[in-house]
Design a protein. Structure first.
Length: 394
């Protein structure tokens, strides 16, 4: 039972030596005919309005504007305002734009951990955050469970010396999801001084987090927001800023140009430290606006409905079965299934119907499939996928 609420195109080309006109025409034709629906867990299907926003950005030549100019400041502010409304961020939260969620792991450890961090691990990505802390010279501890498993909170003992507690809301590699209600309990479970970080890379904007119960949440735009990759978003509160400033006051290094104090100083005037992904920030602002117009409650409701369709199919399939067997921990945005047919063969057959799903992660590349269920995916698309899988494989 699901928990609720849950929480290129190739242009005109000149003929070059060795490249025939027929080859160019074929490339153009292939580019124009890409009608594949991507159910991959990131990059994934683009949000339906992205092509329109890209055309507008192209006409406005946003790729050429200065990141110190007023036009950029306005599109930056628009993105932040849209995210604040969509996610219902408290005033104490700040929004920072980085290159990726992976970079946020590194910046979080550099800026918020002097000695020790603690991490919950149930897959490759939660484990990678733990490894990053070690690689940066911190003492990192972890509480690990088997892949595809949830966490029994009563078995978790957080060291009193932990400065950062890394939680994983949605483990993209395995499809295991931590209920928001469980996340909310860590404020009392952790030392009072500890900062609680939540990986929501493949779940936001779907979970309805209580941001007063955590200190930082981060995500990448190429998943739940249906955008091209190349932008990570770090949502963090004043406690995180204060910790970074305290470490800086001690004379400790917070990294280089991406220290929290430096990033915050620019963010307060709607700028970034370095030349940013202007197009990505613009598109995020526009998609957040579109989502706000639709309404986050409806988006969440549709996501749950699509997930029910997908899991109902998996429960009766002869070929596929849910990798996460406990329904309380099943992700509704990254649905992972064990498969008795190689994932590459599944995708080979789906290609004839204009669809692509994700293969398993790492050692499970051919043994599992991962199916994204993001706001960009419509109910009709999910139904088509389910019907096609049923027809092909039973």
């Amino acid at each position: 039972m699901l928990l609720a609420p849950w929480p290129c195109a190739i242009g005109n080309m000149v003929k070059h030596a060795g490249v025939s006109q027929s080859t160019i025409n074929h490339s153009n034709q292939q580019s124009a005919m890409n009608n594949i629906i991507y159910f991959t867990p990131g990059p994934s299907e683009l949000y339906p309005s992205v092509t329109t926003h890209l055309a507008t950005a192209w006409q406005a030549k946003l790729g050429s504007i200065s990141h110190r100019g007023q036009q950029f400041k306005e599109l930056y502010a628009h993105a932040v305002t849209g995210l604040r409304h969509l996610l219902q961020l408290p005033p104490s939260y700040h929004v920072l734009f980085l290159s990726s969620a992976n970079e946020i792991w590194e910046r979080a450890i550099q800026n918020n951990v002097e000695h020790e961090s603690f991490h919950l691990v149930n897959g490759a990505f939660s484990n990678r955050f733990y490894q990053v802390a070690q690689e940066l010279g911190r003492k990192a501890r972890r509480h690990a469970v088997e892949l595809s498993q949830g966490f029994a909170l009563e078995s978790i003992a957080i060291p009193h010396t932990a400065e950062l507690v890394g939680l994983i809301h949605n483990e993209t590699s395995t499809g295991a999801c931590m209920p928001v209600a469980d996340i909310n309990k860590f404020r009392d479970m952790a030392p009072a001084h500890a900062l609680i970080y939540v990986d929501a890379v493949s779940s936001l904007p779907i979970p309805a987090f209580d941001y007063d119960q955590v200190d930082a949440v981060y995500f990448s735009v190429q998943k739940g927001f249906g955008l091209p990759a190349g932008l990570g978003v770090w949502l963090l509160n004043d406690r995180c800023i204060a910790k970074a400033e305290a470490l800086q006051h001690k004379g400790l290094s917070l990294g280089s140009y991406h220290s929290l104090p430096a990033m915050l100083a620019k963010a307060t005037v709607n700028q970034t430290v370095e030349t940013p992904n202007v197009l990505g920030i613009y598109l995020l602002g526009k998609v957040a606006e579109d989502m706000n117009q639709k309404g986050i409650d409806l988006i969440r409701q549709e996501t749950e409905e699509k997930a029910r369709l997908m899991y109902a199919f998996l429960d009766k399939s002869r070929i596929f079965s849910p990798a996460v067997t406990d329904a309380a921990y099943q992700s509704i945005t990254t649905i992972v299934a064990d498969t008795s047919i190689a994932a590459s063969e599944v995708n080979k057959r789906l290609a004839a119907f204009g669809m692509q799903i994700g293969s398993g992660y790492g050692d499970f590349k051919e043994k599992q499939v991962r199916i994204a269920n993001f706001p960009a995916h419509t109910l009709e698309q999910i139904q088509k996928l389910v019907d096609t899988l049923e027809e092909l494989f039973g």
